[in-house]
Design a protein around this ligand. Structure first.
Ligand code: IPD
Ligand code: CA
Ligand code: CA
Ligand code: CA
Length: 253
């Protein structure tokens, strides 16, 4: 299964790279800035083909083509391009993300940004890697010294205002970035570039691989109320573990 995961992510990543800055059709989902390109669709079709050739009875949950074979023991959770808006504008912060579940347990995940030549990979119990080198989360214990990243959903659910958290942190002088790819946000926490990441309203394909990569790099992932995180939940808080409680307290304040 590892070979198939790596084959699928490499081939889809190469397709994304070949198409980057090229000419491709862009359509809109709900909302004029919620884009999908024909490259997203082609990448998902390619990944599905590679998986189904080897494992015809495995399930697939993909952003663009939905769910197939949900009763299967093994399910592949696929974001063919995470950071589509960046991709469509020629910003090289985008990636392919694939996670593999056995029952309810994520057992393997990979996130590939071919434009930076960075492949993140983790296998449950075996650590996390960036281009085959082991990675660890940062060692910073202090929220005041933290370097954070967040994201905003395309649609804000009524009654939720993610800007209040953002404003509180930024006005207290803490540097917060917004890259536009949740999968990369998680991997950049895993490799210690950021100390923490939070976002509201993510989908399973945004986080499936990234959660495992953060956890295998020694980090902590929960929702905003400290439950162990599930990729089906809507809230994401991923940190180096050391600032987790302090950042969580700010988020729910
Ligand atoms: C989006 C990105 C973005 C996040 C959005 C996601 P997409 O995924 O991960 O960073 O803020 O909520 O939907 O649409 O580019 O695959
Ligand atoms: Ca999308
Ligand atoms: Ca996504
Ligand atoms: Ca996507």
């Amino acid at each position: 299964m590892k070979d198939t995961l790596l084959k699928a992510i490499n081939e889809a990543g190469n397709l994304m790279k070949e198409s980057f800055n090229g000419v491709f059709k862009i359509t809109h989902k709900e909302g004029i800035n919620n884009l999908v390109t024909e490259v997203d669709q082609a990448c998902e079709r390619l990944i599905t083909k590679i998986i189904k050739e080897k494992f015809p009875d495995h399930g697939i949950v993909g952003e663009e083509y939905g769910e197939h074979d949900m009763q299967a023991r093994y399910k592949w959770i696929v974001d063919p391009i995470d950071g589509t808006v960046n991709f469509a504008h020629g910003v090289p912060l985008c990636c392919v993300s694939i996670g593999l579940m056995d029952g309810n347990t994520m057992i393997m995940g990979a996130v590939y940004n071919p434009l930076m030549n960075e492949l993140f990979f983790a296998e449950k119990g075996k650590g996390a890697f960036l281009n085959d080198n082991p990675i660890r989360v940062s060692k910073n214990r202090e929220l005041e010294r933290a370097f954070l990243v967040t994201g905003f959903p395309y649609h804000f659910p009524i009654g939720k205002n993610p800007f209040s958290i953002f404003e509180r942190l930024v006005t207290s002088g803490i540097p917060v970035r917004r890259l536009g790819s949740a999968a990369l946000d998680l991997c950049w926490v895993a490799c210690g570039r950021f100390d923490g990441f939070w976002e509201y309203n993510l989908n399973p394909w945004d986080v499936a691989a990234g959660y495992l990569i953060v956890e295998e790099a020694g980090g902590t992932v929960t929702d905003f109320y400290n439950k162990t995180n599930s990729i089906w939940d809507k809230e994401t808080l991923a940190t180096n573990g050391l600032i987790h409680e302090d950042l969580r307290a700010e988020i729910i304040a």
